[in-house]
Each structure stands twice: as C-alpha cells, then as structure tokens.
Design a protein around this ligand. Structure first.
Ligand SMILES: [Zn+2]
Length: 483
C-alpha cells in the first residue's frame, strides 16, 4: 500500500461542508473474522459540487442512492458520487476487519470484545462519511454480535429495541461523527440509577470509586455551572486495551482501565485523584465539547482548554484550591513551557497541520485552559458564568470556533476582549518581571504588583511595552496580563 504524501491543512482554507448529513442509520454486524457495516445517510446539499465521502481501509460492497444503484468512483480514502440531487438517501455497505485493526482507531478488538475510538478521524474507518466535526447528525445504531461471546451491546443514546444477539440505540442529540461509539463485549456492570460503569470480568470490586467520582462531578457541574445531565442513560466502559486514555463519546464514555479501576490495596492516592479528574473531565465534555462542539480541528482547544479549566476548577472546589493550583502550575512549567520554547511550539489554535493527532498537546490542553482561566480572572466568576450561559444560548447544538467563545464572554461582560483573542494564535511564553509596589508598612496578604514585559513573543499588541498594575487574587500563582 502506498503511503499518502503528507499534505498541510490550513485554517485559512476552511469552508463549510458541501453536504450535511442529517440522520445516520447504522447497522454494524460483527462476525467471526470481519464486520459488515450498512449505513443509511439522509443527506442535504449545502453547496455546489459532487458528493465526496471519507473512508479508510473500508472494502466497499455496494452503493445505492434513493434505493437505486448509482455510478460512483472509489479510491483508498474517498468515495465520490458525481451526480446527486439536493436531498437524498445514500446507502452504503462496507466490510471492515476490526479483528485486525491495529491502528486502534475506528472499531477494534480488545481482550473481551470490540470498542471504538473515533476522535479525531476514526469514524471513516467504520463507514463512508463526511467525517468532519461540523457535520452534526442524529444517529440510530444497531449492533449485532455473537451473544455468547459478546453479551453486552452498547452505542450512544437510548436502547429502543433488542433481541438475541442484537440491540438498537437511538441518540436524541445531533453529534459530530468523532463522538460516535459502539461496544460489543463481555463485561460486568455496576449500576446506580441511570449511571452505568461496565468493566472487564473480575474487576467489579474496583469500580466503586469511579462511580463516586461520576456522581460528584454531575452534582458539581449543576451547582457551579448550572449544567445538568441531559441524558436518560450515562455509560462508562473501561477496558484494558483502550489506547486513548479516555474518550467523551456522547452518553458512552470509553476509558482505559487505569482511569476507572481502583482498590485501596492496589491503587495510590495519585491513582485515586487521577480517576476523579479524568471521570469528571469526560463528564464535563458532555456540555463543553458535545452539546457545543468544534467547527474544525484547529479549534480543538475550544473543547479541551475549556474542559481542562472546568476539571481544574472541580479539583479546586473538591480538594485544596491552593495545592491543586500549585500542582497544575508545576506541571505547566515542567511540560508546557519547554514545548512552547522548543521546535514543537505552536499556538493554542494552530494555523496548519498535516496530522491532527499530533496536536493533542500540552499547549492545546493546558495552555488552552490557562487562556480560559485568564478570561475567568478578567471577568470574575459572575460575569464568566454569564458568558458561559450566553455561549450555550447562542451555540447549543452547533459546531463553533474559539472566537465564538471569547465573543460570548465579551458580550456577556461588556469587557473588550478583541486584543485578548491573540492569546489563541501566538506561540511562546511571555516573561514578566514582577515588583511588589505595596509601600505600606502593613503587609497585606496579597499586595499589588507592578509587571513589566521582559520578553514577549510576536504578540503585536497595540501597546507592546505597556506596563500594568494588577492585584493578585488569593490564588498562589496567577499570570494574567492586562494590556
Ligand atoms: Zn478532553
């Protein structure tokens, strides 16, 4: 097989998709040595041109348009149908081999069954699709597998029908393809109310802590952000062979066992804390990432920076705010600062990429969270929460950009953040000199500071050498810069 030539994709070239997929009716039949995938897509034209669907290692069996055969062209990674009406149903049947899928993207085998990983571009390894995050569709999924080997069948949304060896799910929320998930496996279940944690056989005694964490995260998000669980069923699946840490698929999170399983005699305090933060992080994505998602992968920090900020705040509210912050800043200095000063440096919102998988970085996640934290510091909790409410009011069910987020913060607060947006587009770490300017003989706990730039990346601020005074908050470390 010929390796494709690396090709850079640029943010400036973004254009809306030529076709939108409104509904997806998927039937995945997992057999002994392959799986057959039947996909029925309701598609609507958005712009002129042929229909081009993405695929990766799919063996195309058949294509039908409105129930009839249609001429098409297929290559390794594209299925093109030149002549299509403005609104139509496209049905494809493809054969995939999850048993031999060693890329661990799309549908693949684990020790006790099959799971999926579709972020960023794994869905195209399951079926032909307009595989980009700004195509949000409603999914109905039927999973079929040998009931003796794989008794647990799951997908996003609610179970609407089932029988021996099959189950059908309907997800009421439109979602991008990267949030699709499917599981067919032999698993054990810990269930409380509408919350389920599935683990591999023999691990059930280690799932209790993750369940506690999930309940705590749900209660915190409702109290601090006013965001409620919008699902009838919330499921977590933990398998040893899951390669991506944890994934926030709508209503069906898939985790590596190290972020779910803990028992006092085998897990450390750090293990317990990591589970708490990761379970919370994936849960918080249900709103910041899933209800409002990214327009394109350049906006990855829209969901990751914001959700890391939210899980940091969850940690601060749940444990010691000061200790939590010290740990986060230590990690930022040890890991993100070198990235930002080295050959791999890139802005929180990169301008181009050849392979999006390489941008799941400390900069996009951790610096992205700091950029959100600065907005929180500038606005204060009340106005920041007003900004969050406005963001959801405007963009619920949409795929948007980092600019849309900052705009909501600006409009809700009345604070001009136009210049602030540059934090998203410039790499590098500013260096400040900091002199305490409290002259009073009374030493206050948190004096004012005079800040001066010593080194600053190519910010191009309107007053690049400006000096500002700020008062620190009660947090032990804060690097908000006001210009
Ligand atoms: Zn995340």
């Amino acid at each position: 097989m010929k390796e494709p030539q690396p090709r850079a994709i640029h943010l400036k070239d973004y254009a809306p998709p030529a076709f939108r997929v409104e509904t997806v009716d998927l039937d995945v039949d997992i057999r002994e040595d392959h799986a057959l995938v039947r996909a029925k897509l309701e598609i609507r034209r958005n712009a002129a041109g042929p229909l081009v669907l993405d695929g990766d290692e799919l063996e195309l069996v058949s294509v039908a348009l409105n129930g009839k055969p249609v001429p098409y062209k297929v290559t390794e990674d594209k299925l093109t149908v030149a002549e299509v009406p403005d609104s139509f149903t496209l049905e494809t049947v493809s054969r995939i081999v999850p048993q031999k899928n060693t890329k661990l993207e799309g549908l693949y085998a684990t020790k006790h069954g099959f799971v999926t990983q579709c972020e960023a571009e794994g869905f195209r390894r399951i079926t032909w699709f307009v595989d980009r995050p700004d195509v949000m569709a409603r999914y109905t999924t039927t999973v079929r597998a040998d009931p003796k080997k794989y008794p647990v069948l799951l997908s996003n949304g609610n179970l609407i029908a089932s029988g021996e060896g099959w189950a059908k799910f309907e997800d009421p929320f439109p979602k991008p393809s990267y949030l699709f998930a499917l599981v067919a496996a032999n698993l054990e279940l810990l269930r409380e109310g509408n919350l389920s944690i599935y683990v591999e056989p023999g691990n059930l005694d280690q799932a209790g802590w993750a369940m506690d964490c999930l309940k705590r995260a749900i209660a915190w998000d409702e109290k601090r952000f006013g965001l409620k669980l919008d699902l009838e069923e919330y499921k977590i699946v933990a398998v040893g062979d899951f390669n991506s840490g944890a994934m926030e698929n709508k209503g069906l999170n898939i985790f590596n066992t190290r972020y779910v399983l803990a028992r006092a005699d085998t897990a450390t305090d750090v293990d317990y804390l990591n589970i708490d933060r990761v379970v919370a992080h994936e849960y918080f994505h249900n709103w910041t990432g899933n209800r409002v998602t990214c327009r394109d992968w350049f906006q990855l920090s829209l969901k990751e920076g914001l959700t890391v900020f939210r899980d940091q705040e969850y940690g601060a509210d749940t444990y010691s705010r000061a200790v939590t912050r010290i740990q986060e800043v230590r990690s930022l200095r040890a890991n993100q600062f070198p990235e930002d000063a080295g050959p791999m440096k890139h802005p929180v919102r990169p301008q181009s990429y050849q392979e999006i998988r390489n941008f799941y970085t400390m900069t996009v996640y951790e610096k992205g969270a700091e950029v959100v934290r600065m907005q929180h510091t500038l606005l204060g909790e009340e106005k920041f929460q007003a900004g969050m409410r406005l963001y959801f009011e405007r963009h619920d069910g949409q795929a948007v950009t980092c600019d849309d987020f900052v705009q909501a913060m600006q409009d809700a607060s009345g604070i001009d953040l136009q210049q602030f947006k540059r934090w998203y587009d410039v790499a590098g770490t500013p260096v400040l000199s900091c002199i305490a300017c409290t002259k009073s003989s009374v030493v206050t706990a948190w004096p004012s500071w005079r800040l001066k730039y010593r080194r600053i990346p190519a910010w191009n601020f309107s007053s690049p050498s400006s000096v500002c005074c700020m008062r620190t908050t009660s947090a032990p470390f804060s690097y908000t810069v006001m210009v």
